[in-house]
Write a protein of this length. Sequence first.
Length: 341
Amino acid sequence: MHERISCLVGTIVLLALVGVAHSATFFYEGKTVRIIVGFTAGGGFDIYSRALARHMNRHIPGNPTFIVENMTGAGSLVAANHVYKVAKPDGLTIGHFIGGLFMQQLLGKRGIEFDARKFEYIGVPVKDNPVCAITRKSGITTMEKWAASKVPVKLGSTAPGSNTDDIPRILKAALGLPIQVISGYKGTADMRLAAESAELAGGCWSWDAMRVMWNQSLQSGDAVVVLQAIPQSHPDLPKVPLAISFAKNEDARQLIQTGIHDLNAIIRPYVLPPGTAKEQVQLLRKAFTDTLKDPEFLADAKKSNLDLDPLNGEEVERTVNRLFQLSPSLVANLKDVLSAN
């Protein structure tokens, strides 16, 4: 009797799975999925998204077409607001913008028209490994020279809420480094060009993207990585010092830990609009995870020098929710730092 019941339950579950797969095939067949990237083409966010777009369709029943659309503005805030307010929750629009905007929501930044706790999270392809690179012609080639600079070192930024903006501000407050943040660049590709023309001294963003897009200058020594804003040294940069090692008190360490290290894990989220059907959320989460294990995708990522250290959608969701449980005193301190001119 128990065997027959178990067999019946198994059959029902199998039929349900077949039904979901058939329904998904019917829905996605002939459709186009857009990945809306909040930064310009050629930057790290764009490179990861185009790699996913080349392979993710194979892991979705119906094999939809994937396209990448760059929607720049306000350090990817335009894209984030669009995905939250305008994009239909139909499983055909995926957003990819800077996760630092979640902190900006917590701090009450104007212009944010989303609630991070209501996005549906697909996953993160890699935890961020931000570093600060400065051109040799600026004269800053070591932390010692940076700390001793008599004039503020100009670092580029897209906008508040981006790691390019938040990291320099936190380093300035926590370590007392002479820094002037110059905001308004559309992406890290534009910041690289500005540094090469001496408009900037450099900037702080992901090593995974920097080593791809600024490779020639880094190899020649025209650009130098002088600081890592991560908990442990990256294998590529064993001799480059860690920012937190220069913190002189607990307040400074806490600023770096919360404002940089903890956010690094969710800097590159892929999200769906609120209200997307749970079945589609689960399907796209699985497709994302399967893509990151796909041998063809892995070969493509290796060719493009893309690191992979993913979080799944559930892990990203939990991390975002923890952010909104920080103590009021720490939130107030972060607000003072990240709102500074």
